[in-house]
Design a protein around this ligand. Structure first.
Ligand code: PMP
Length: 346
């Protein structure tokens, strides 16, 4: 295994990590700082983060019959889920997808199975998934919806067939929900083995580290046995509560990001040699000419823009780069750098 590497973005336009590029207006920062004054840092935080959980429930229309588990980022929730399994268990996901499903499974010695997505569409290979489920009886299946790094929403029909076929849990990871008009939250009532996971990271609060998992109380109860008692610190609780009660700002920022996503996608489609894939998230995956991805990535970086080179992962991601949608001027700088590098590298 190798550690999850985070590139140094000092001095660069940062379009590599699916962050929201916008900060808060000064007035809002002042009121936020006022609320932080009331935090008693000498005390442990509320172990159940009741006030924050209530707000999350209201804003996501979470039915009262379901419980919510908070995590220090959804990364921690993935870890908690996997820690709950016996070491003989199997975990299944599609490939390419979010690397932490595999990384954490393998670090725990679990049997991790990847079923490749279909080329070109990045859709789930349903027949192969169903065979893998029947053969391995995975204790957990992770499906990112929309998927990272491909950006697409898998067919809802295929996902429903997978949930129905699974004897174990199915986690629908909706990290990019703010940018997609589709969710499985309303399906919780139809499937007892379904869990829906979200995060505030992509919405604009990546620095807080807060994710949440929604599911049947009997499942959340088991996961709470593993969760560390104070995993959501007092500053995160207070700040997330404050931010979520000012959600109009995030709604506005999300709209701007979605409008820019359309613009960047259209511009990418116009470039010779580039294939851009449609995205329901705040990033776009695109394919570059054969064996040019790493050179193009480096040339773009030399022009001051950091994106993500997916090509070293190989498989369906060979020749692919991923760009996060930033502010209009940042996206423009990226497009100029990409055009420049295509001309220069032929
Ligand atoms: N799920 C998916 C699909 C992601 O892409 C990411 C972050 N890249 C995460 C979960 C983790 O998010 P966080 O830990 O910031 O909540």
């Amino acid at each position: 295994m190798s550690a999850y590497k985070v590139a140094d973005a000092s001095g660069l336009i940062k379009l590599d990590a699916m962050e929201n590029p916008y900060n808060w207006p000064d007035g809002l920062i002042q009121s936020w700082l006022e609320t932080l004054r009331t935090c008693e840092l000498n005390r442990y935080p509320d172990p159940e983060a009741k006030q924050l959980t209530q707000t999350i429930r209201e804003q996501n229309n979470i039915p009262s019959a379901y419980d919510v588990l908070l995590g220090n980022g959804s990364d921690e929730i993935i870890q908690i889920l996997l820690m709950a399994l016996p070491t003989s268990a199997s975990v299944l996901s599609a490939q390419p997808s979010f690397v932490m499903y595999q990384q954490i499974s393998q670090s725990m010695g679990l049997n991790f199975i990847n079923v490749p997505l279909l080329p070109d569409t990045f859709e789930l290979d349903l027949p192969t998934m169903l065979v893998a489920i029947a053969e391995n009886q995975p204790a957990i299946i992770f499906l990112a919806y929309p998927n990272n790094p491909t950006g697409n929403l898998f067919s809802t029909d295929a996902i429903k067939q997978i949930i129905a076929a699974a004897n174990g849990l199915v986690v629908i990871d909706e990290a990019y929900a703010p940018f997609a008009n589709s969710s499985f939250m309303d399906e919780l009532t139809n499937y007892g083995n379904l869990l829906v996971m979200r995060t505030v990271s992509k919405l604009g609060l990546a620095g807080l580290r807060l994710g949440y998992l929604v599911g049947a109380p009997a499942i959340i109860e088991q996961l709470n046995k593993i969760r560390l008692p104070y995993n959501i610190n007092i500053l995160t609780q207070a700040t997330a509560y404050f931010a979520l009660t000012h959600h109009a700002l995030f709604d506005e920022q999300t709209q701007k990001i979605c409008a820019e996503r359309t613009h960047v996608y259209e511009q990418l489609c116009k470039l010779d040699g580039i294939t851009a894939y449609p995205s329901a998230a705040n990033f776009i995956l695109f394919r570059t000419p054969n064996n040019k991805a790493s050179d193009i990535f480096t040339a773009i970086k030399q022009q001051g823009v950091l994106i993500k080179n997916m090509s070293p992962q190989g498989g369906l991601l060979a020749d692919c780069l991923r760009v996060t949608i930033g502010k209009p001027e940042e996206n423009q700088a990226f497009l100029m750098a990409l055009k420049g590098s295509l001309t220069y590298l032929g």
